[in-house]
Design a binder for this molecule. Structure first.
Ligand SMILES: Nc1nc(=O)c2c([nH]1)NC[C@@H]1CN(c3ccc(C(=O)N[C@@H](CCC(=O)O)C(=O)O)cc3)CN21
Ligand SMILES: CC(C)C(=O)C(=O)O
Ligand SMILES: [Mg+2]
Length: 262
């Protein structure tokens, strides 16, 4: 899937059916979108993790719908053919299907993105169905759901007990039946992610969920080594934080010593 045609939900479904991996990456703005897409990312997820990696919050809870729209519109301006998904932020969709519909309409109209993502399983199935029946592409997200960190108290692995594992399997089926077009599986055992992937028709997108998912996603800043620290499941493939720091400190030294401009 490396041509320039527009990526759609159907592209991702076809890839699952052909057993081809797809690559998702978060993007924050037009620059990160262009870099990610040029390097081969097929889906750009404007994750609410941007509240932590770009906006300096200590969780994703303070992120607002307007902030998500602002960043998503920039990502849309920076992409060429990638599918752009916007995380609906905490508080913008949990109250009712109608509230989720209004938030989705605002995001789709004001940013030009392609799909919305919501956290939650069986308890969000009515909302997913409400949106899907009205023509909205919805990505679901189960396992570790960071917007519930105040309830669970940590970002630890989910699906460790048998009970939790069967609940997550039920969640995956419920969001699939409700019409979700893809399903993010975050920080769950690889074997569980593997059985979920085999038991649902829609593509699964793993982050900390092992190799047997249909797609993988990471947070842009973690992947390039720009974050101060990474989750245990997110390896840094470069040390961009050091590269940037070195460039800036060389320039600072040149300014101080009168060697800039030359
Ligand atoms: N930069 C960044 N990358 C992410 O992947 C990310 C964010 N931010 N912000 C929102 C959430 C939070 N995420 C996290 C953060 C920490 C762990 C982590 O350290 N997990 C440990 C256990 C931690 C604990 O028990 O408190 C683990 O072993 O799973 C996992 C996911 C994933 N998401
Ligand atoms: C890591 C992905 C799945 C996410 O929800 C985010 O970046 O906010
Ligand atoms: Mg998120």
């Amino acid at each position: 899937m490396t041509n320039n045609s527009q990526v759609t939900a159907a592209t991702l479904l076809r890839a699952k059916q052909r057993d081809e991996k797809t690559v998702w990456l978060t993007a924050l703005d037009a620059t990160s979108a262009a870099i990610a897409e040029a390097a081969g990312a097929e889906v750009l997820l404007v994750g609410d993790s941007l509240g932590m990696v770009s906006l300096g919050f200590d969780s994703t809870l303070p992120v607002t719908l307007d902030q998500m729209i602002h960043h998503t519109a920039a990502v849309v301006r920076g992409r060429k053919s990638a599918w752009v998904v916007c995380d609906l932020p905490f508080g913008s969709y949990q109250k009712s299907p109608e509230q989720a519909f209004d938030a989705s309409v605002a995001v789709l109209q004001q940013s030009g993105c392609d799909a919305v993502k919501i956290e939650g399983g069986a308890h969000m199935a009515d909302t997913i169905r409400f949106l899907a029946e009205r023509g909205i592409a919805v990505v679901a997200h189960i396992g570790l759901t960071p917007q519930s960190v105040k309830k669970f108290g940590s970002y630890g692995k989910r699906g460790k007990s048998k009970d939790e594992q069967s609940q997550l399997l039920r969640d995956a089926k419920a969001v699939t039946d409700a019409g979700a077009v893809a399903l993010v599986l975050e920080n769950i055992p690889a074997e569980l992610a593997s059985s979920i992937t085999a038991s649902v028709a829609i593509p699964t997108v793993g982050i900390g969920a092992g190799v047997n998912c249909d797609a993988q996603v990471l947070v842009f800043n973690d992947l390039v080594g720009l974050s101060e620290s990474n989750p245990p499941f997110a390896p840094a493939y470069a040390d961009v934080r050091r590269v940037m720091g070195d460039a800036i400190s060389s320039w600072v030294a040149d300014v101080k010593s009168g060697n800039f401009p030359k």
